[in-house]
Design a protein around this ligand. Sequence first.
Ligand SMILES: [Fe+2]
Ligand SMILES: [Fe+2]
Length: 294
Amino acid sequence: MATTTQKKVKETVKKDYDPSEIKVRRVNFQFSDKNKRFYYKDNPFSTHFINVLHILFPTGERFFVNSVLKHQKEIKDEKLKKQVRNFCGQEGIHSSMHERFWNILKAKGYNFEGYENHIDKLLHKVVAKIEVEGTKINNIDLVATACLEHFTALFGHAIFEHVDTNPKYVPEDMAELFKWHASEEIEHKNVAYDVMQLVDEDEYAKRIAFMPLATVILYFYLTVGTLMLMYQDRKYIKVSRLPKQFYQFATGLFSELHRDLVSEYFSFFKKDFHPSNLNDYHLAEEFFKDKAYA
Ligand SMILES: [Fe+2]
Ligand SMILES: [Fe+2]
């Protein structure tokens, strides 16, 4: 008689994906130090544009978290309270993962301490403190966060829809990091915006006034950071190749990131704008579908 082996089949019941849950995923990415210096398609402009994002995210996301947490006590709705907690959890892990990549940048000889300190002071010592008592000049940090979260959500959208992450040209560790981050930016894109709408009755005037300024400041520092790293790389760069490399960056990564952003950017200026109007949560769901850490 054949032995009957009882197999215990562990059934994993996966809950339906619910973007409003804003799950904190405790990832632990490791980065290879074997990637090429110009790891994004051998292009110094594209690579350093990405490196600047690695540098800006940790301080930027700490600023986002602080600006939302300031209003914790004003939030009575249990769902939004939970979303705020998990938004902070997600942003905290994003910061730590991007900061981990700094070791690779430092080992390659880049010096960005002064640049990062400057941004850190600008956000935490200047923007976070703007408030004139007895006037409506307040909550500027929260408004700035809602504006910048519009960018991170749209960059996230573009990473799935347009940016070329073909493993033939882009290291897998970088693609994985940015896709994970992109998915969570899509998931939590409503949080800072909802808190702003809840706590500030003048939020519409403030967000349409501040968005152009936030845009100029963001692109100014992205440009300065990219040029700073390019300059530090001058012995690895051939000046004669720069025009072609710039053209490839402008028509490649940069335009891919901005393809939908241009039209979606202006929707932010409508009074009835809400981040969830762009229903792209399926992009995050699709990405997390087969991830062990999801
Ligand atoms: Fe983030
Ligand atoms: Fe975010």
